[in-house]
Design a protein around this ligand. Structure first.
Ligand code: NAP
Length: 328
């Protein structure tokens, strides 16, 4: 056992602090698999943990970072052996269990997914929790039976991580994708991912009517608050919206009108504790259905040392698409 480099969140009298320092492997938490982390990524929740804006970190000291890919170094788990390539998202890693912004992680083998065939460890983290959540949203729409020939689909927070992957997945599946964004300059980027129309998010972000003109058959919402309320109010009869995010706010100022007068369904998506079979299905489908050339256009890279300064940027909505953190 030795030390490795990690970002560490501490809590003192002055509040939460963040440092890039040596961490003793003996201080890792219990787990039956030790992984040499090769890649991580930056998600909205990582921004909350890095900045302390919201109390997502529940244990101190904490290594933030909610997802990683890497190579198994030691394992007492029957499914994994040294040398195996693995992916982890969720399960409280980076919140209650020491996380991914480090050269080593020790976790429960039951939390891991084998690296899906067809993806490199870097591509798996270009997808990361955000892209995997976008796939869970698409699977929820599919399971509900809504199809591209029922009408358009809206994606909110479209230039962000969940949004970018959702746009690419839905466009490839044949949907007419309406991408809602607050960023004027990202129309070409979103059209490159497959968006057919761009909608100014200002049209959705202010309080609206309980019911509006029926504009889309389905939606994937990463924003919450009045945006989600307006998305629901403008969903066609028997349409469906998958809600996964809160970039605008945690509130949902809506009425029962879309549900009882139009039969609209609201599907909640929680990626953190998704059971293994669905988790693995999502990763297999990502490897099969996501256009990797489009994934490359939405991905930027930073080194592990640089990730500490990016928390504020993602919370301010200034990160486009996905950021891979190169750890190895
Ligand atoms: N349920 C789950 O398991 C789960 C999993 C992953 C993520 N999430 C949640 O999903 C959301 C998106 O995550 P992410 O990693 O994709 O974050 P992200 O990259 O920061 O994307 C969020 C996007 O939302 C839009 N936005 C930001 N502030 C806004 C505001 N005040 N009003 C309206 N739109 C705003 C921006 O898109 P434009 O600039 O294009 O408008 C921004 O890029 C977060 O709330 C995150 O916590 C939930």
């Amino acid at each position: 056992m030795g030390t490795f480099k990690a970002w560490v969140v501490e809590k003192g009298e002055a509040g939460q602090s963040l440092a890039f320092r040596d961490f003793d492997e003996a201080d890792l938490m219990d787990g039956d698999v030790t992984v040499r982390v090769t890649h991580s990524t930056l998600n909205y929740k990582d921004g909350l943990a890095l900045t302390g804006t919201s109390p997502v970190v529940r244990r101190f000291p904490m290594i933030p970072g909610i997802d990683f890919s890497g190579i198994v170094e030691r394992s007492d788990h029957p499914e994994y052996k040294p040398g195996d390539a693995v992916v982890l998202t969720g399960w409280g890693v980076g919140e209650t269990h020491l996380g991914a912004y480090a050269q080593r992680a020790r976790v429960k083998g039951d939390w891991l997914v084998p690296l899906p065939q067809g993806l490199t460890p870097e591509q798996a983290m270009a997808i990361g929790t955000a892209g995997y959540t976008a796939m869970l949203c698409c699977m929820a729409l599919d399971a509900h039976g809504v199809k591209p020939d029922h009408g358009p689909v809206i994606v909110t927070g479209a230039s962000g991580g969940v949004g970018s992957v959702a746009v690419a997945l839905l466009a490839r599946a044949g949907w007419h994708v309406i991408a809602s964004t607050g960023r004027d300059g990202e129309a070409d980027y979103l059209k490159g991912l497959g968006a057919a129309e761009i909608l100014d998010r200002a049209e959705l972000s202010k309080p609206g009517k309980p019911l509006g003109k029926e504009r889309w058959a389905a939606g994937i919402d990463a924003v919450g608050s009045t945006t989600l309320a307006n998305v629901l109010a403008q969903t066609r009869a028997d349409g469906v919206v998958a809600a996964c995010g809160l970039a605008q706010g945690m509130d949902l100022p809506t009425s029962v009108a879309p549900f009882i007068l139009r039969g609209v369904s609201l599907l909640g998506i929680n990626s953190v504790t998704t059971p293994q079979p669905k988790r693995r299905e999502a990763w297999v489908r990502l490897a099969r259905d996501l256009d990797l050339a489009k994934l490359a256009t939405m991905t930027n890279r930073v080194r592990l040392e640089e990730v500490g300064r990016l928390g504020e940027a993602i919370l301010a909505g200034k990160v486009r698409g996905r950021i891979v953190v190169e750890v190895a």
